[in-house]
Design a protein around this ligand. Structure first.
Ligand SMILES: Cc1cc2nc3c(=O)[nH]c(=O)nc-3n(C[C@H](O)[C@H](O)[C@H](O)COP(=O)(O)OP(=O)(O)OC[C@H]3O[C@@H](n4cnc5c(N)ncnc54)[C@H](O)[C@@H]3O)c2cc1C
Length: 217
């Protein structure tokens, strides 16, 4: 890779010691996980918790990609507004996805407690801001739809919002609970635990995968 292409290290990557990757990689494994971001590391972690061994292959460093560069916000719900998700996916599917994100948040909290992970975890709450009256109307519809699902969400009018965050720039907002944590630190710790004998973290780029019980690097 050209030096100009290499992204600079993020705050997480600079402040948390990196986890060593082995160059001694088994030639065979029941399960091979490609990529040491949150998806790959969480996969290896849960495999280890169920007693299954795996080889994780990472081309650069654990949490080298988006996982080591994100905001650490554990949001719930879909990226689009809940009423939009209902009109696109139908209510049952939208509600299932919403529940999944809520379960995910609980699971993250459980793992942090069970593993004793020091990751600056906080539950500060979350405000989405409306820049104008039209956005505020859409927000009111979202809040009503989320409340109908039993999600604690509050519509904040202009005055209440101004009292909360001391600004006159917004037409209103809605408050929702979210949790924030340093993912990088959390998963580094979880990795160490899952690593106890059954997970190999290998330093290799994977170039192709064949569905013949083989992998090549
Ligand atoms: C600036 C920013 C802020 C964000 N903020 C948030 C947030 O606050 N909350 C939130 O939930 N999400 C946030 N996200 C999104 C979140 O970070 C990503 O969805 C998540 O990290 C993706 O994880 P991943 O494991 O799929 O990918 P990645 O973290 O990118 O991991 C992929 C890994 O695979 C490795 N790799 C790639 N190809 C190969 C190969 N061929 N062989 C071996 N290894 C390979 C890479 O080196 C990398 O380490 C943010 C993203 C960005 C960029």
């Amino acid at each position: 890779m050209d030096m100009l292409d290499a992204p600079p290290p993020s705050y997480w990557q600079k402040t948390v010691p990196s986890v060593g990757l082995s160059s001694d990689i088994p030639k065979n494994a029941d399960i091979v996980v490609v990529g040491g971001g949150i998806v790959g590391i969480a996969t290896s972690y849960w495999l280890a918790r169920f007693g299954l061994s795996s080889v994780l292959l990472e081309g650069s460093a654990l949490a080298y990609g988006a996982t080591g560069r994100n905001g650490g916000i554990i949001a719930t719900g879909l990226a689009e507004s809940y009423p939009k998700a209902i009109s696109r996916l139908g209510r049952d599917t939208a509600a299932q996805i919403l529940r999944l994100t809520l379960e995910n948040r609980e699971l993250v909290r459980e793992v942090i407690v069970e593993e004793g992970i020091a990751c600056e975890y906080r539950e500060p709450g979350h405000i989405t801001l409306a820049l104008n009256a039209k956005q505020f109307e859409g927000m009111a519809r979202s809040v009503a739809a989320l409340q109908a699902e039993g999600i604690p969400t509050q519509l904040l009018d202009r005055q209440t919002l101004q009292e909360s965050i001391h600004t006159t720039s917004f037409s209103g907002g809605c408050g929702r609970q979210i949790y924030a944590a340093s993912w990088f630190s959390a998963f580094r710790k979880a990795c160490e635990r899952s690593c106890s004998g059954c997970t190999t973290f290998g330093h290799k780029n994977v170039y192709y995968i064949r569905a013949e019980n083989h992998y090549r690097y």
